[in-house]
Design a protein. Structure first.
Length: 221
């Protein structure tokens, strides 16, 4: 993967949110509905959302009573979220930070109850970047905390098509996606409890995804 791909992707996402505000709509995704129920059942109060975009899911977590720290490398997307939170009187529960997932998370060890990332781990990140990010998630989650993430996988119609950037990353219409195989999911669960890998579809293509739920053990495994 070329080192320039990341910054090209950042510009592409910035333009996408600029040209198509609220491009994913205002309704929460199915994985966010699932995660909110699960996080509540597990007694979580704080959620870190990675790759939050314009915040359709962060708003869902805030409406459900969680405090949400939403990050993305697109300031334009996060600005749309901040405006929505302000308009709905939820600004106290929603904070945003521009953050590139290839960098360490700017949060203290064990400081969040739950982490949610819908279609972020499958962006233009190398396998090494993804492993480092999941290590960072484990660091900032409290022991017993939950991670729910979704990724497009190698059963998706766009896998193997478009421009290849290596490392199972393919670019279509300017958007680069790292398609996951099951071995990568299992590898990322090393040292965690893997609760579930659930296959689902989203959108018109449709995108074929896995929703992965894993728990940070209370004591080392
Ligand atoms: C497929 S979109 C999903 C957005 C949001 N989770 C949703 O479902 O509405 C992926 C998001 O990841 C962000 N993103 C991609 N690469 C990133 C990176 N390296 N660091 C932080 N955010 C990134 C994009 O800006 C975009 O908002």
């Amino acid at each position: 993967m070329s080192p320039n791909l990341g910054s090209a992707q950042q510009q592409h996402w910035q333009a996408a949110y600029q040209d198509h505000p609220h491009m994913y709509g205002d309704m929460p995704s199915e994985p966010a509905r699932y995660a909110a129920e699960l996080f509540r059942a597990r007694g979580a109060r704080s959620v870190l959302e990675l790759g939050a975009g314009h915040g359709r899911d962060a708003m869902h977590f805030a409406r459900a009573g969680f405090t949400v720290h939403a990050t993305d490398f697109s300031p334009v997307g996060l600005q749309q979220l901040a405006q929505d939170a302000e308009r709905e009187g939820l600004a106290e529960r929603v904070t945003t930070a521009v953050h590139d997932a290839r960098e360490p998370l700017p949060l203290a060890d064990g400081s969040v109850d739950a982490v949610f990332a819908h279609m972020l781990l499958c962006m233009a990140l190398s396998t090494a970047d993804i492993r480092a990010l999941v290590g960072e998630i484990a660091r900032v989650l409290r022991p017993g905390g939950t991670l729910v993430y979704t990724v497009r996988h190698t059963g998706d119609a766009h896998w193997g098509a478009g421009i290849s950037h290596g490392d199972d990353i393919y670019e279509h219409g300017g958007f680069a996606v790292h398609f996951f195989d099951r071995a990568l999911v299992d590898d990322l669960a090393t040292g965690w409890r893997l609760d579930e890998v659930h296959a689902f579809e989203e959108g018109e293509l449709p995108r074929r995804l896995w929703r992965v739920t894993q728990t940070r053990p209370s004591s080392p495994q």
